[in-house]
Design a protein around this ligand. Structure first.
Ligand code: ADP
Ligand code: MG
Ligand code: MG
Length: 252
């Protein structure tokens, strides 16, 4: 069981190549982190997996437990068990958070099966307690007027509720103060499981003080150029990305 990215190449619609042969395997049960300089293609990798428009896959493959995700619609990818936080609309006026998550869960059930409302709210409230979210939050429209920190917390709530096989979290730490960061990390740590693979993408080492990954990868110029254990993140914190060899940073 794993999410396997093989020699993935992707361009913008104008033909500019951004991903230049990404190789990465995330087995269920492991937490992998991708770090790397700004503009190295980290977000592009997650957007290509999510099926965002504006990118063209020109080579390679991404498989989820052996299934080619590029043959699935965006919806099918999510039902097959990939969670991408930003895949959700940033603002959905008029749809409450509670109903939004419930609809997403309902969509995964076999036809004719209904979510039990009492059990659903019990579960929702316990996850909200873990994330120290106010109960008022359930009635608010999805992401409408949320602060950056609230949006991130809401992403993690969705993650906790949807229990995907694989989660890709891009810049989960951006815009969070230290208290919010710890709460978000608590949520991510709570979803660690032998059945779940997690890929965390972050520009900063800070998040990894609270979520210790099994493996750290460095992306530069559209490729994974280094892989190692958690100590690699500490090295990056100490010396920045300067330790990368010039050829690893060359865009050509
Ligand atoms: P990272 O997340 O590592 O900072 P990105 O994946 O966001 O990097 O971007 C990689 C490169 O691709 C950057 O040079 C960025 O400007 C460019 N890029 C990504 N998406 C687009 C887009 N939709 N339009 C134009 N340039 C893009
Ligand atoms: Mg960027
Ligand atoms: Mg990015």
């Amino acid at each position: 069981m794993s999410l396997v990215i093989k020699d993935l190449h992707a361009t913008l619609e104008d033909g500019t190549e951004i991903l230049k042969g990404v190789n990465l395997e995330i087995p269920a049960g492991e937490v992998h982190a991708i770090m790397g300089p700004n503009g190295s293609g980290k977000s592009t990798l997650s957007k290509v997996i999510a099926g965002h428009e504006g990118y063209v896959v020109t080579g390679g493959s991404v498989t989820l437990d052996g299934e080619d995700i590029f043959e699935m619609s965006i919806d099918e990818r999510s039902r097959a068990g990939i969670f991408l936080a930003f895949q959700y609309p940033s603002e959905v006026p008029g749809v409450s958070n509670a109903n939004f998550i419930r609809a997403a869960l309902q969509a995964r059930l076999p036809q004719g099966e209904e979510i039990d409302a009492v059990a659903y709210y019990k579960n929702l409230y316990s996850k909200m307690d873990l994330l120290e979210m106010d109960r008022k939050f359930t009635g608010r429209s999805v992401n409408e007027g949320f602060s950056g920190g609230e949006k991130k917390r809401n992403e993690i709530l969705q993650l906790l509720m949807l229990e995907p096989k694989y989660a890709i979290l891009d810049e989960t730490d951006s815009g969070l103060d230290i208290d919010a960061l710890k709460i978000v990390a608590r949520g991510v740590n709570a979803t660690r499981s032998p059945e779940r693979g997690i890929l965390m993408i972050t520009h900063y080492q800070r998040l990894l003080d609270y979520i210790c990954p099994d493996y750290v990868h460095v992306m530069a110029a559209g490729k994974i150029v280094r892989s190692g254990g958690p100590e690699l993140a500490l090295e990056l914190e100490k010396s920045g990305y300067e330790f990368l060899k010039d050829e690893e940073l060359v865009t050509a």
